[in-house]
Design a protein around this ligand. Structure first.
Ligand SMILES: [Zn+2]
Length: 399
């Protein structure tokens, strides 16, 4: 029997998450909300509040959170994707799906620089960026949204190149300094063209990552004035502390701390930003895949490291990887609030943690257990295969 489905209005997909024990909303100013229920329609958050006050009718999927914590899906501000869910850097398949199991629902490319035979001529680099933007827009491993297509600056680019890239949908530049532009004057000029045409920029900070890349010190970072001070803690080799402090003090740009960097420098940058009352500028990334590999739990590990050793409350550390990054990167995810993307992470204290509860366990340095990951209103992962097991696990009670 045939059916004319076009004649029928399709039923909106409505997600209800109820019985939330702790709502971590991603807002640095107010990281914990007094709410136990969230509803979303067609992948966008509709309402956040108390169950008795919300309209739960018409739900197509209901998740009983079983008293666990709900947070925005984590954002990795610094990845180097290449093609599909494969990385040639460590010749690994499925790395993005593994990160999804670590709570990451959104990634921002800092350049598809590991592409074998990466073109360095201007026509070629533009073509590759547009290809990557298109390909990752259409392909979302496990539901992870990857903002890719991040061209690396090369000598000879002119303003029209940025205009053309922007018109084609490119929104981010790859790390300044990974191509042939290695001086502040040229970097600044090109970053300004990119900004004028709505393309955000990041600069590689610190020593060379791999043979063939080079040192970028605080003078070049300040002069170039990219929107994000990429891996301020080095990737891996960090600048001296006085230069990190000067970048935090003199630049108004985002302070990005990465997993594949110097951990002592990460803590120094965090403390400096905190002392300057500039925590809203701190964002987190992994800088993976890289020589150090891929860390599916990299962003969670950063949250635990910065909270336990950097002495910031766990709910604040979670904001660095969610609301802060979304704000600095102009993304509509990273916050639990109406009209935001409905990408979430449900987690609880890991089994046998010495913590009193989830937040206390993170502050003691234990990774949380992820019980569910939701991308754009769809349940993508149930109990994570990568985290320690959560004490309590949410359940899909209707779908
Ligand atoms: Zn770098």
């Amino acid at each position: 029997m045939s059916q004319d489905i076009s004649a029928k209005p399709s039923k909106p997909a409505k997600l209800v998450i109820r019985n939330i024990g702790l709502l971590l909303c991603g807002d640095l100013e107010r990281p914990i909300l007094d709410a136990d229920t969230v509803t979303a329609v067609d992948g966008i958050i509709e309402a956040v509040g108390r169950e008795k006050d919300l309209d739960l009718s018409g739900a197509t999927t209901v998740v009983d959170a079983k008293g666990t914590a709900l947070a925005p899906g984590l954002i990795d501000s610094h990845v180097h994707p290449v093609c599909g869910d494969w990385t040639p850097r460590q010749n690994q398949l499925g790395w993005i799906d593994s990160c999804l199991n670590g709570g990451v629902t959104t990634m921002v490319s800092a350049g598809e620089v590991h592409t074998p035979g990466r073109p360095k001529d201007i026509v070629g680099l533009k073509a590759m960026a547009i290809f990557a933007q298109r390909a990752f827009h259409a392909f979302r491993p496990g539901g992870v949204k990857i903002h890719a297509g991040a061209p690396v600056l090369e000598q000879g680019m002119v303003e029209d190149d940025f205009k053309e890239l922007s018109a084609a949908g490119v929104k981010f530049l790859g790390e300044v300094g990974l191509g042939s532009v290695k001086d502040g004057v040229t970097g600044r000029r090109m970053v300004a063209w990119a900004r004028k045409h709505g393309i955000q920029s990041t600069i590689h900070t610190g020593g060379p990552s791999i043979p063939g890349s080079s040192l970028i010190d605080k003078d070049m970072v300040l002069e170039t004035d990219a929107d994000v001070i990429g891996h301020i803690n080095g990737g891996h080799t960090a600048l001296p502390d006085d230069q990190i402090a000067e970048l935090c003090e003199r630049s108004p740009r985002a302070i990005e701390i990465v997993h594949n960097g110097n951990e002592r420098a990460a803590l120094f940058a965090l403390r400096t930003a905190k002392d300057l009352k500039q925590l809203h500028r701190v964002i987190l990334g992994t800088d993976s895949p890289a020589g150090s590999g891929v860390q599916p739990l990299g962003i969670l590990r950063m949250i635990c490291m910065l909270s336990s050793l950097g002495e910031i409350p766990a709910e604040i550390a979670i904001c660095l990887a969610t609301g802060n990054t979304a704000k600095m990167r102009n993304l509509n995810c990273g916050r639990i609030a109406p009209a935001r993307e409905a990408s979430f992470l449900l987690m609880d204290m890991a089994q046998h943690s010495s913590g009193k509860n989830l937040l206390d366990s993170i502050q003691k340095g234990d990774l949380p257990g992820i019980g569910m990951v939701i991308t754009d209103g769809n349940v993508s992962v149930q109990r994570s295969r990568n985290t320690p097991p959560a004490t309590r696990v949410p359940e899909v009670v209707k779908h």
